[in-house]
Design a protein around this ligand. Structure first.
Ligand SMILES: O=C(O)/C=C/C(=O)CC(=O)CC(=O)O
Ligand SMILES: [Ca+2]
Ligand SMILES: [Mg+2]
Length: 412
């Protein structure tokens, strides 16, 4: 039995003040959705400071909207409409900023719950929409060619990934085995160049649709998560031509446990950098907007990079329009990632391939140790913040992971 941990009788507001301060990244201006299990089963919740507020426990206050959040995943909520998402958020904002506690409201310390993968991941796509990342990777991996191929400025390059290996923040990541370059035979064994990619993921919702125009993208995107697209660069470097990444990226992709609704990011809208030439009509937006999300990458507790999502060259509306322009459908639960977020400055690079320039330059961590790629036992945490209303800060929940050693080779 879960006890209700809110002490009654607190003045003014029914939730502890520290969860409410407007400069807290997870105050009432944020209210991201997730699924937590305190030990007696999962329930949908919103994060408030360092607590999870169970929405099942607020059913009596939510009217017909309660059905969207009374189960054990966000799937029914994602399958609803933007009007319902906005109505639910408005009602929750009222409830969490109210003076008195709704009867039975269950507020659980995050330290006492397990946060689960909050929705069933449908199709997973990974884009490549940072010009800085694409140019850097081109220079590192293909030093004798132009860094950008001619198609890059005309379409958001992407590939279809593996949704069954999308895992929630905190899940340990096992170093993968695979083939890498070797003469006369390729080598096989644990990856020696395990890397991360700091990205922003868009969680789809709303009615099933195809050929989504840029103007309708917000009807089909519920919110955002942070993504770490773990990448084995030696496996990738040998296998990726001509069809793109395959086993070098399909072993694990981590996402935040909390989905920040687009409605929480209204103040964070920023223009998308100009691509330098006209776009084809299906990629034109009246006023293309990206998001001013400021990412932070920590490697074993040392901050090694601060990528800015505002530097991305394609908006999520253009990515969704492109993904569906051929008649492919988008469904609730589909996830598309932005591509590695990198900026013009070295300290804004969103992967270790770039930060170490292909393994050439060592990165020094706070404990004095040096790295190029990940070692067993290393941990990476990516966090982000965005500007919110009235000078507040909106937090985008962390995506964290620790590397476990590779198991024995399959024939050992
Ligand atoms: O071959 C290349 O240029 C590199 C491709 C990637 O690493 C693909 C990828 O995951 C794209 C990204 O996250 O930006
Ligand atoms: Ca990626
Ligand atoms: Mg991956």
């Amino acid at each position: 039995m879960v006890t209700n941990r809110v002490d009654s009788g607190e003045a003014a507001r029914w939730v502890r003040d520290e969860a409410f301060a407007r400069d807290q990244p997870f105050g009432p201006q944020t209210l991201p959705y997730g699924v937590v299990d305190p030990g007696d089963g999962p329930r949908v919740a919103v994060r408030l400071g360092d607590h999870a507020l169970s929405l099942r426990s607020l059913a009596g206050e939510l009217g017909p909207l309660a059905d969207l959040v009374s189960g054990t995943s966000l799937d029914p909520l994602l399958a609803a409409t933007r009007a319902e998402w906005s109505a639910l958020r408005a009602r929750l904002t009222e409830l969490v900023t109210g003076a008195s506690r709704p009867p039975g409201a269950e507020l659980l310390p995050l330290a006492d719950v397990r946060a689960l993968l909050p929705f069933t991941v449908g199709d997973y796509v990974d884009f490549y929409s940072s010009r800085y990342h694409a140019e850097n990777v081109g220079r590192i991996m293909r030093p004798d060619s132009e860094p950008l191929l001619p198609n890059w400025t005309h379409l958001p390059i992407g590939y279809h990934g593996r949704s069954s290996t999308v895992v929630v923040s905190g899940t340990e990541v096992v170093r993968p085995h695979g083939q890498r370059r070797g003469t006369p035979m390729p080598k096989f064994g644990p990856s020696g160049r395990l890397d991360i990619e700091a990205e922003v993921g868009f969680v789809c919702g709303g009615p099933l649709a195809r050929r989504v125009p840029t103007s309708a993208a917000a009807e089909h995107v519920f919110g955002v998560v942070l993504v770490n697209d773990w990448s084995a660069r030696d496996i990738q470097g040998w296998e990726y031509q001509p069809l793109g990444p395959f086993l070098g990226k399909s072993f694990a992709t981590s996402v935040s446990a909390w989905v920040t609704p687009l409605d929480a990011l209204a103040v964070a809208r920023v223009p998308v950098p100009d691509i330098g030439h006209p776009r084809l009509p299906y990629l034109v937006e009246d006023s293309p907007w990206g998001l001013d999300l400021r990412l932070r990458v920590e490697w074993n507790g040392s901050v090694v990079s601060n990528p800015q999502f505002a530097d991305m060259s394609y908006s999520f509306a253009q990515q969704l329009a492109h993904m569906t322009v051929n008649g492919a459908v988008v469904r609730p639960g589909d996830l598309f990632a932005s591509g590695t977020v990198s900026g013009p400055l070295p300290e804004q690079r969103g992967c270790f391939l770039e930060l170490s320039w292909g393994g050439r330059d060592e990165i020094t961590l706070a404990d004095g140790s040096t790295r190029t790629f990940l070692e067993d036992g290393d941990s990476v945490v990516v966090t982000a913040t965005a500007p919110g209303e009235d000078g507040s800060v909106v937090g985008i929940a962390e995506v964290a992971g620790t590397v476990l050693p590779a198991p024995p080779t399959p024939w050992d």
